[in-house]
Design a protein around this ligand. Structure first.
Ligand code: PLP
Length: 441
């Protein structure tokens, strides 16, 4: 007799919507846009509900609920530290999202810091760096060449502090970048490394210590905790020495009227960069999501790999479809991919998938305009837009099969409805789909 071992199951997301179709009726929403924003985990939603009666001011109140809320907020720093595999002395600063975290880091760099990064980064990682020593290098086509390119760029940097900024997983192609290898060359060249983990953290365990990186930026809404919090985790010294990101209450230890002006003593801990009342609900939700993922990585990865393989096999059989790739050869990937389809505009395709099949995908250039345009050019195309399908814990095999079948049907027989560009986007005309009741009227 053989024993069937049941596979561990990934944590469920909270209930997903049914969406109307232009052709009539409704269908369970196939959310294939996890890379943009992931649905809320059921456990996160429950935890937020449980916390809400205790919601109160943080760091400021003598009341019991304020003490509970403060405990929740501060304890979540430890949760994030564990989730990111941080060093014991690393700081955890709560932010709004990855964009906010990387802008905070950019505003905290010592004067004269050279910054090296690939020009294919997401705009959140591409744009915040200022000054004469920002080196945006084209991403080479192999992992090895990517490591050498960073090495070469660092060798050419002037003396002084250096920072390499790198994404863990591409939001366009889902490919994993050789973070540990790049970190090793950066280390040899005396540079620090900031990891944009917006797309890596929801899909793979993260370890600042194992990767030997200095900073990690991430977003709660991509980690199944869509309540508006993110984090910057990493070495404290630059952040401690930097001008507070926002000036205001909470960031200060004391403010005195002095010599006709103000004598301000700023906090030196994470509060230095967290002025204003914090997003305690968002922070708690982020912590709960991190605990859920951290306790279930095997199931999370197995779920995604199975569906990712199914998706890639299915799409390979869609005539005229070409997947975009940053690196040659088989790279490890998360469940995100972008493609172009011969003869079909990405915005039109996304509108048809939504209106006729109840599928949510992203079209456009994914806030990575340089990357998307370049990768499309490699396929022989001339446009700057593609379609992105991204999987996650809310994805089922039926969702994957539905998008593959839909694309095959669209290629074979076109759409069943009329579409026109309205306010710059393709939309069904007419569009009989009713908004949900809470928005009606
Ligand atoms: N970095 C990458 C790789 C991303 O995919 C994104 C968002 O899509 C960001 C940064 C920015 O994240 P957020 O919009 O949460 O700030």
């Amino acid at each position: 007799m053989t024993l069937a071992l049941s596979r561990p199951t990934a944590p469920p997301v909270s209930e997903q919507a049914r969406v109307p179709l232009v052709t009539g009726g409704d269908i369970g929403y196939a959310n294939l846009d996890h890379a943009a924003s992931a649905p809320c985990l059921a456990a996160v939603r429950r935890a937020v509900d449980e916390f809400l009666p205790w919601y109160a001011s943080v760091h400021r109140g003598a009341g019991f609920a304020s003490q509970v809320a403060t405990r929740v907020y501060e304890r979540t720093r430890e949760v994030l530290r564990r989730f990111a595999g941080a060093r014991p002395r690393d700081t955890v600063i709560f932010t709004r999202n990855t964009t906010d975290s990387l802008n905070l880091l950019a505003s905290s760099l010592p004067a004269g810091t050279s910054v090296v990064l690939f020009d294919t980064e997401h705009h959140a990682a591409l744009l915040p760096w200022r000054g004469p020593h920002v080196y945006r290098i084209p991403t080479p086509r192999t992992r090895l060449a990517a490591v050498s390119a960073v090495d070469g760029a660092l060798a050419a940097c002037p003396e002084g502090p250096r920072l390499v900024v790198l994404t863990g997983a591409s939001n366009v192609t889902g490919e994993l970048l050789p973070v540990a290898e790049i970190a090793a060359v950066a280390r040899r060249r005396g540079a620090r490394i900031a990891l944009d983990a917006a797309q890596l953290a929801p899909h793979r365990p993260l370890s600042i210590q194992d990767l030997d990186v200095d900073f990690v930026a991430l977003s709660g809404h991509k980690l199944y905790a869509p309540f508006g919090a993110g984090a910057l985790i990493g070495r404290a010294d630059w952040l401690r020495a930097a001008r507070p990101y926002l000036a205001g209450g909470g960031a200060t230890r004391s403010v005195l009227a002095q010599d006709g002006g103000l004598g301000v003593v700023w906090n030196s801990g994470p509060e230095r960069h967290e002025a204003g009342s914090p997003n305690t609900v968002g922070v708690y939700a982020l912590g709960v999501a991190c605990e859920q993922l951290g306790a279930n990585w095997d199931a999370v990865i197995a779920h995604e790999e199975e569906l990712g393989d199914r998706l890639r096999r299915g799409l390979a059989a869609v005539p005229g479809l070409t997947e975009l790739k940053l690196l040659d050869g088989a790279a490890d990937m998360v469940g995100t991919l972008s493609f172009v389809l011969d003869g079909f505009e990405p915005g039109w395709l996304a509108a048809v998938l939504s209106a006729e099949y109840g599928i949510g995908v992203r079209d456009g250039a994914f806030c990575a305009h340089v990357a998307t345009r370049r990768l499309i050019a490699r396929t022989g195309g001339t446009g700057g837009q593609a379609v992105r399908v991204s999987l996650g814990l809310g994805t089922t095999a039926e969702h994957v099969d539905r998008v593959v079948l839909a694309l095959r049907q669209i290629v074979a027989r076109g759409a069943r409805w009329d579409y026109a560009i309205q306010d710059g986007r393709w939309a069904p005309t007419p569009d009989p789909r009713a908004l949900p009741p809470f928005l009606a009227g």
